[in-house]
Design a protein around this ligand. Structure first.
Ligand SMILES: Cc1ncc(COP(=O)(O)O)c(C=O)c1O
Length: 427
């Protein structure tokens, strides 16, 4: 065992999963270098976060400059990066979502969004979706059902949270197939309102517009549209958790744009500040204004250095045309992966938007092939390609490289994956 893994064992809780044994020294764009000088390609973007690439010079510059001027406010005074970031965010968030609360992490944004929904509606109920991941704090964990391992032994959860199946068509909860589907996932919500909680007691519905940790699943457009109508009918706030799908990951600023649906509240984190801790709750003025002074707060949220990194991130996405690039590179990758799917029966499904692509591994009868995927990922890591899995059975590769990845770099990564498939499945 490597010395650093031993050292970690003696000092860092076992609960924290570090996905590879790499001891990283530095990073640049899509590459990570370890302490021995070995170079890896990171197709995880540090868990879907360094969308503009690791250590982008514009971000590094912004951090250095801001750190020299002002590192902390603790809500004692205003500072220019906070105001400027809100103005920049307003230019890219869905129409009407023009007021913000800045926090530190995805989970914290979800907590705040839940509080805002309950406060502004005076209602208690929260509906989330089975398979969703929203964080590890008590409120966000109460919504999280992507795997039992995030919930085991933490009962009781926040009360009045209800779950309905996420529209995961490849593994439909209702056994339906695309084409003959009658949207039972939607009807289930109506049943929930008849049997478990009346809709006029529901504050909000919280959903990832593209499922992240739960399996990189793209829901049918129709589902999100009907969900929007349902929320409108009952004055329920629709919350999109764009923590993973946002900030250009799907080739649009936010995944909601692919569906033509605008939520009432949106949570953003991960890609917002290229790795600096920052998150945001975005909502309409009339909702945010229901929160009186002091109803919510933070010491570190919206930290000046993180805000400066976020401003540089937004400018870089625009300057380098990264949304368009993500769409093009994503399309190219999907085409190649679909070709591989035809040759390798162990690839059961390839799905995604932009550079948020899920590759689901199966064995006979579409059963999850967790072991095969593990072997493929180990092979890739050995060859210098870092991948990460998702899904309750850990049988889905989430392909989420930085949006700056070039077509030839994408191809080099996919070549390694193809070699891995040949080595593991012998086709
Ligand atoms: C969709 C979604 N929401 C919330 C979170 C929680 O974010 P954080 O780990 O920053 O608390 C995550 C993290 O993976 C996520 O993917």
């Amino acid at each position: 065992m490597d010395d650093h893994v031993e050292r970690a064992k003696g000092a860092i809780t076992n609960a924290l999963v570090i996905h590879t044994g790499i001891l990283a020294r530095k990073a640049d764009r899509i590459y990570i270098e370890d302490v021995n000088g070995k170079r890896y390609t990171d197709f995880t973007s540090g868990l879907a976060t360094t969308n503009i690439g690791h250590n982008h010079p514009a971000v590094v510059r912004a951090i250095k400059r801001q750190a020299e001027d002002l590192i902390h406010s603790g809500c004692i005074f205003y500072y220019e990066p906070l105001l400027l970031l809100a103005e920049r965010m307003r230019e890219v968030t869905p129409p009407g979502l023009d007021m913000f609360f800045f926090a530190n992490s995805g989970a914290e944004a979800i907590e705040g969004a839940m509080k805002l929904a309950r406060f502004s509606t005076g209602r208690q109920g929260i509906v989330a979706f089975t398979g969703g991941f929203h964080g590890r704090t008590f409120g966000s964990m109460s919504l999280t059902t992507s795997s039992m391992r995030y919930r085991r032994s933490y009962q009781p959860f926040v009360p009045s949270v209800y779950h309905s199946p996420y529209p995961y068509c490849f593994r439909c909860f209702f056994g339906q197939r695309p084409g003959t589907c009658s949207m039972d996932c939607y009807s289930h919500l109506e049943r929930l309102f008849k049997h478990l909680i009346p809709p006029d007691e529901v504050a909000c519905v919280v959903i990832e517009p593209v499922l992240g940790e739960g399996g990189y699943v793209v829901p049918p457009k129709e589902f999100l549209k009907r969900l929007r109508e349902l929320c409108d009918r009952w004055n329920i706030l629709m919350i999109f958790d764009e923590v993973q799908a946002g900030m250009g990951r799907t080739g649009k600023w936010f995944a909601s744009e692919h569906f033509g649906v605008v939520p009432d509240i949106m949570t953003v984190a991960k890609g917002i500040a290229s790795g600096m801790p920052l998150s945001a709750i975005a909502s309409r003025r009339e909702i945010m204004e229901k929160w009186p002074k002091g109803a919510h707060g933070t010491t570190f949220g919206g930290n000046p250095v993180s805000c400066a990194a976020a401003i540089a991130t937004i400018e870089t996405i625009k300057l380098e045309g990264l949304l368009e690039k993500a769409l093009l590179t994503g399309e190219h990758a999907m085409k190649r992966l679909r070709g591989m799917q035809e040759r390798f029966p162990s690839i059961g499904d390839v799905r995604g938007l932009g550079l948020m692509i899920g590759i689901e591994f199966v064995r006979e009868g579409d059963l999850p092939d967790t072991e095969g995927l593990r072997k493929v990922m180990d092979f890739c890591l050995e060859k210098g390609l870092i991948l990460i899995e998702c899904g309750v059975d850990k049988n889905i590769i989430r392909l989420a490289p930085p949006l700056v990845v070039k077509t030839e770099e994408m191809d080099a990564g996919l070549d390694i994956m193809e070699d891995a498939l040949k080595a593991v499945y012998g086709v």
